[in-house]
Design a protein around this ligand. Structure first.
Ligand code: SF4
Ligand code: SF4
Length: 384
């Protein structure tokens, strides 16, 4: 495998890490079947201290970061969240909290407002209590509705997110209606991508083509109906595309994620990639991590590409797709993303889609796996 030489610091080809995603903890009271946290998360219980995170924020800002997302797990489980938000705000970050809503009481919301938090994204699992609570294996539906009201009362824009998959896609109209009733300004209906826990449950979660097309039609009709009252983003699963997405807008191009134990990665699942070591913010400055570390340089640009991508006229458009998806589906992190119909492994994706069409592999054949520390501990350690 080619390893491009580390560029000089502040090389003109490499822009700054504009987006910092601070994954404060893997702890979460919910047990979502599509959770994007690594399946081996319970093997990594260590968390950075408040002082470590404050230093990461300062170093990232000095390296040029402008947006800071606080996520998890459930970031509200950290009782220093207000301190971190206040520091990020003082440094000039635009701050965003990604939350299930659990823990966002009126008093914590007031404290976060006071700390300068700019934006909250609240996740739902469905528009009904039954399915929301089933998919997260918790009783959180009513709590989320109360949290939506708290968000509005504090004057934040109401941004809702609902991961879409086979089990809720047919109710997408009701999900949109609920968002309007809760006075949301934005609704993100992102079809599950098949990583981590969603990959374990792919047979049960991947919708059929008919379901996807119907959901698009329904979403467009609701857009017409509601006009400017709400902006709706609908993202199809890339299994139904012929070309992969330009994952994370390019490896090490814009996004810097710091996992709960301080590992710095170009995306939240990259730590699973074999033969690649990622630095820890306890040992290295953020700027040095971004420009000089092997982990961030390995898949930058196109120098690492193999045959199908190297000579491809489209390589600038998608940079070969997602390295994690390539590894998960082919065993080779430097292969073309098999979503691409030029990939010699594209049949892996078409086979999963065929199974979704025929309804094979549903719950009666294999039960859903809910994310939990107990399930996670059964899995082998994947990441460093
Ligand atoms: S996807 Fe669900 S289980 Fe995973 S971190 Fe988010 S709320 Fe928690
Ligand atoms: S062959 Fe590679 S570069 Fe070309 S379209 Fe497919 S994934 Fe993209």
């Amino acid at each position: 495998m080619n390893t491009p030489a580390a560029p000089e610091q502040a090389s003109p080809q490499i822009g700054p890490p504009l987006w910092l995603l601070a994954e404060l903890t893997y702890r979460c009271p919910l047990h979502c079947v599509f959770c994007y946290n690594p399946v081996d998360f319970a093997h990594h219980p260590d968390e950075l201290s408040t002082d470590d995170w404050l230093r990461v924020l300062r170093e990232a800002r000095a390296a040029g970061s402008v947006q800071c997302g606080f996520s998890g797990g459930e970031p509200l489980l950290r009782d220093d969240l207000e301190i971190l938000v206040a520091e990020a705000h003082r440094l000039g970050f635009y701050t965003n909290l990604l939350t299930s809503g659990v823990g966002l009481t009126e008093s914590r919301a007031a404290a976060l407002k006071e700390a300068g938090l700019d934006h909250i994204q609240l996740s739902f699992q469905d528009s009904t209590r039954e399915l929301n609570d089933f998919l997260s294996h918790t009783r959180t539906f009513e709590l989320k509705q109360k949290v939506a009201a708290i968000i509005k009362a504090n004057g934040w824009p109401m941004v809702m997110n609902c991961v879409i998959h086979r089990l809720n896609i047919d109710y997408i109209d009701r999900i949109i209606d609920m968002a309007v009733e809760l006075d949301a300004e934005y609704l993100e209906l992102a079809n599950s991508q098949y990583y981590s826990w969603a990959l374990l449950n792919r047979d049960q979660l991947l919708p059929s083509r008919e379901q996807i097309e119907r959901a698009e039609r329904v979403t467009n009709a609701r857009r017409e109906q509601y006009g400017d009252r709400i902006r709706i983003f609908y993202v199809v699963p890339d299994y139904y595309e012929n070309r992969p997405k330009k994952c994370m807008n390019g490896w090490g191009n814009v996004f810097l994620t710091v996992t709960p134990d301080g590992t710095a990665v170009p995306c939240h699942t990259a730590a699973m990639l074999p033969g690649l070591s990622f630095p820890n913010v306890r040992d290295m400055d953020v700027k040095q991590i971004w420009y000089d570390s092997e982990g961030f340089n390995r898949y930058r640009g196109d120098g690492w590409m193999k045959d199908s991508c190297r000579s491809c006229p489209d390589k600038e458009k998608d940079l070969g797709g997602c390295r994690c998806q390539a590894f998960m589906l082919t065993g080779d992190p430097a292969a073309a993303d098999p979503v691409c119909d030029k990939s010699p492994h594209h049949h892996v994706v078409t086979k999963a889609v065929e199974r979704a069409q025929s309804g094979e592999g549903r719950m009666h054949e294999a039960p859903l796996v809910f994310r939990s520390p107990e399930e996670s501990r059964k899995r082998p350690v994947l990441s460093s």
